[in-house]
Design a protein around this ligand. Structure first.
Ligand SMILES: Nc1ncnc2c1ncn2[C@@H]1O[C@H](COP(=O)(O)OP(=O)(O)OP(=O)(O)O)[C@@H](O)[C@H]1O
Length: 248
């Protein structure tokens, strides 16, 4: 039986300006799930993802990830957390002036001493593995190009490759297809879905497109004003249920 990799209890986030972005989220995630988080703009989707890897400090509640209460993590534990949780961004967040291969190798930094990392002393094994990942994502012909020479879809595949090179247990993807056209979006979602399934990686992906969420996710979580208002398999997300998620 699959084991629970993420357990969120009563998660709340109030930003310093008083905005209440999360209003008591409870969530249990099993290893290997591919979850789409949907909801209107400002619902709290990004805040939820960022509370999981501590890019945002939660105000209240617990986030148990792989046996660690991340809300209490400090120093070395946060480093471990960031190593085990890969992040994919809407704007790709690549280093534009360096090669695709080097961008992917950046996923290894969390495993290296700051000295080796600063000098870019990646091991032969790390380099071979990064090349192998680029092969899996169909980017082997692009590996020595500068990242900013690639198309948006290719850049997002590099983003996925960088996350994979961390050998993460969990990938958080924050609107990974929001800047891409529909055809490229479909291809990116296919790649993300395939690598997660093949490597047994759990994935939470924020999406604006309900049709894409229904097509790829094993489970959909609908957030409205900081609360979970839908949690179930795609086939249960009826038009009425979607309306509850997106109501004004
Ligand atoms: N750093 C911040 N300081 C204050 N308020 C914030 C901050 N970040 C987000 N918010 C607010 O918190 C709420 C939730 O924002 P969040 O970005 O998590 O929503 P979202 O569902 O991801 O939206 P979108 O789909 O537009 O990205 C919104 O009201 C937003 O304005």
């Amino acid at each position: 039986m699959a084991s629970s990799i993420l357990e969120i209890r009563n998660l709340r986030k109030v930003y310093t300006d008083g905005t209440s972005a999360l209003q008591g989220i409870d969530l249990q995630v099993q290893q290997g799930e591919f979850i789409a988080v949907i909801g209107p703009s400002g619902a709290g989707k990004s805040t939820l993802l960022r509370c999981i890897n501590r890019l945002v400090q939660p105000s209240e509640g617990t986030v148990m990830f792989n046996g660690m209460d991340t809300t209490k993590a400090s120093g070395g534990q946060i480093r471990k957390l960031r190593r085990e949780v890969g992040m994919i961004f809407q704007s790709f967040n690549l280093i534009e002036r360096v090669t695709v291969l080097r961008n992917v190798l950046h996923g290894r930094l969390g495993y290296m001493s700051s000295f080796s990392g600063a000098l870019g002393l990646f091991s032969k094994r790390d380099i071979e593995e990064a090349m192998h990942i680029l092969h899996r994502l169909g980017l082997h012909d692009q590996m020595y190009k500068r990242a900013d020479e690639l198309s948006g879809g290719q850049q997002q595949r590099v983003g996925i490759a960088r996350a994979l090179s961390q050998q993460p247990l969990l990938i958080l993807a924050d609107e990974p297809i929001a800047s891409l056209d529909p055809v490229t979006s479909e291809s990116i979602m296919k790649h993300l879905h395939t690598v997660c399934r093949e490597d047994g990686i759990t994935c939470l992906v924020n999406l604006h497109q309900v049709d894409v969420a229904k097509k790829f996710a094993t489970r959909i979580i609908g957030i409205h004003k900081g609360s979970v208002v839908f949690d179930g398999p795609p086939e249960q997300l009826t038009d009425e249920a979607a309306e509850r998620v997106y109501r004004k």
